[in-house]
Design a protein around this ligand. Structure first.
Ligand code: NDP
Length: 341
């Protein structure tokens, strides 16, 4: 089976590629330029032709993916712009996410005639509609308020909300596309919605720019400033994590699991406070350099928001890694690479 994988040079995409290869699939990874793919070619060289590259410079071009989809049997669409700090035009954030997805679906319909399933990497941000008090989010939730705010405020809206809007519009556009054509399409659609993804990156190239942004940047900042002097809001926040290796494995399972057509799945581990991370590093055997900060305050932090992982656990017969393992493995990897200064 040849699986087309967009976003292959990203933090999550590289892990998905690794998992797909381990499962015996051939991977055709989409990159915007050859130079972004070369380090991956090197990383996966033991797989020979089972790891291929397709260069798609501009995903907003209508025929962008026409060649890339030929001969593939499944698609994992994991590329999307993450929140961007300085946006002058909201369309710059929305078009690659929404139009890029529709262009890919159109190409699959026309030229990817052997494709059976299309997996969309959406996000748990799509369901974070604000709620009063304690609340457990499920796949039934949608953050429609984000769309309203972004429509009203345009480029002045918070970058996180613009990103949220892009993910909601991307997922809805994909489901609409498949719903309208369901009688004549040879493939179905499954959306996976990870919460905050952390965990060690694959053993590749990570350029300095990406080390300071996204999930890698969050760990970089936290590990280098455990007291949160430069980011007090984030350090005190209670979040929910999922391990990048679990997210990758679940993409592989979702590709082959029957009776999940048209479903969305929330991928979530446990509730998390950064103090839990420091406490985890101090569990014996302690990891070198483990910060202490204020042991125990994570336990006391009020956890109003939960995410239900019941559906993904049951459907894919899956047990998520716990926060201790996510943080300890990440810390060890960052130490090894000299990223903790
Ligand atoms: P990365 O920034 O590491 O990777 C993003 C990937 O998307 C890269 O391959 C990047 O390519 C590509 N990409 C970004 N913008 C464009 C564009 N305009 N045109 C074409 N390709 C583009 O992010 P992650 O690995 O963290 O995210 C991967 C997916 O997972 C995304 O869909 C994201 O929304 C989703 N997600 C991430 C979470 C997280 O915590 N990290 C949580 C939930 C969902 P290039 O290098 O060329 O820019």
């Amino acid at each position: 089976a040849i699986i087309l994988l967009t976003g292959v040079n990203g933090y999550i995409g590289a892990h998905i590629a690794q998992s797909l290869l381990t499962h015996g699939h051939t991977v055709r990874g989409v990159v915007r330029s050859q130079s972004k793919g070369d380090p991956l070619k090197e990383l996966f060289k033991e797989y020979g032709d089972k790891f291929q590259l397709a260069v798609v410079p501009d995903v907003t071009a209508l025929d962008a993916y026409d060649d890339a989809v030929k001969g593939v049997t499944g698609v994992v669409h994991a590329s999307a712009p993450l929140p961007q700090q300085s946006i002058t035009d909201v369309d710059d954030a929305l078009r690659p996410a929404v139009d890029g997805t529709i262009n890919l679906l159109n190409s699959v319909e026309r030229y990817g005639t052997e494709v059976k399933r299309f997996i969309l990497t959406s996000s748990a941000v799509t369901l974070l509609e604000p709620k009063e008090g304690e609340y457990t989010y499920t796949e039934a939730d949608w953050f429609d308020t984000a769309l309203k705010i972004v429509k009203a405020q345009g480029a002045k809206a918070h970058p996180g909300l613009i990103y949220t809007a892009s993910k909601i519009l991307q997922e809805r556009a994909a489901f609409d596309f498949v719903e309208k054509k369901k009688d004549r399409l040879g493939f179905d659609l499954v959306a996976l919605l990870p919460v905050y993804v952390l965990g060690p990156p694959v053993d590749a190239f990570v350029d300095t720019a990406s080390l300071k942004s996204g999930s890698l940047g969050l760990m970089y900042n936290a590990f280098n400033d455990p007291d949160g002097k430069d980011w007090p809001d984030l350090i005190s926040r209670v979040d929910v994590l999922v391990d990048v290796r679990d997210v990758a494995e679940l993409h592989c399972r979702a590709l082959v699991t029957e009776k999940v057509a048209g479903e969305r799945f929330l991928l979530a581990g446990d509730s998390f406070h950064w103090q839990d991370a420091w406490d985890a590093l101090n569990v014996e055997p302690k990891l070198p350099g483990a910060p202490i900060v204020t042991p125990g305050i994570g336990e006391q932090a009020k956890r109003l928001v939960q995410y239900s992982n019941k559906k993904s656990k049951e459907t894919f017969s899956f047990e998520y890694r716990n926060n201790e393992e996510i943080i300890r493995d990440s810390w060890a990897e960052y130490l090894k690479r000299g990223w903790i200064e």
